[in-house]
Design a protein around this ligand. Sequence first.
Ligand code: AKB
Length: 319
Amino acid sequence: MNKEIILITGASGQLGTVLTEQLQEKFGLDNVIATDLRSREQYSGRFEILDVTDMDALTAIVLKNNVTQIYHLAAILSANGEKFPLRTWDINMQTFFNVVEVSRLYKVDKVFFPSSIAVFGDNIQRENTPQTTNLTPSTVYGMSKVAGENWANYYFDRYGLDIRSVRYPGVIGYQSLPGGGTTDYAVDIFHKAVAGENYESFLNAGTTLPMIYMEDAIRATIELMDAPKEAITIRTSYNLAGMSFNPAELALEIKKTYPAFEISYATDFRQAIADSWPMSMDDSDARKDWNWKPKYDITSLTEDMIKNLKPAIQEIEMV
Ligand code: AKB
């Protein structure tokens, strides 16, 4: 078997931070090249500053290191993307095209492209949203993900590029902070609760969305990439589910540990985005094709978030 050399774009982001560490463990510290526009604090392993819109810079890294797999995480998310729609489209699509083109031209073996629940919009069944349904997203981020899914399918059909994808729900983890998404409240709320503060939610009490714990999200990514090529029947992107809950339900879970914790509501433009998304997802294709099964529910997620965030906050308080 050839040695795998992994390149990660957007490695300093919420998912990238944790995925980089997991891939370093799996493939070895020297075989993983993390890249981003900004560097990470306390970084261990190989890191290069890379603007993925720069095709020459991306090509140079791929060729110099004989990269065999790319995890392309760099993107502008749903809420931030609405501030600069055309720029978001340009950046999300240009980085995508650079990654698939460099992979096609220089024979990268496998590519991972994250899609999102943001691909859904009008005229969908909101509960247990099926794999195949109307895709009319309400955000530019969602539009770029639908386009990416279709281009991924095209690159597989036309060029045989082994590109794989999941539609991530909102990802919740203690290790890193999300940047500019609509599901960010579900991470922010824990930081407030553990610091002994209340939380003002930008989504209303009953906004139920699909969510996934970081550990499950990373495991899904690695299991999908490890699956035999023949098992992958969906080359756009797989629906992926962890759990579903709304801000009021999450606050109730947090109150089990912090009874004085209170949530209040002041919605903004992100409410309309969330309202256009599914409440829960049918991920039966992922379960069937590569044995996907989430481990965490709202109770175990809450316990783990608090257990891990508490020492970090206490450390900050002592400094
Ligand atoms: C966002 O809220 O934009 C992301 C996502 C669901 O893709 N977390």
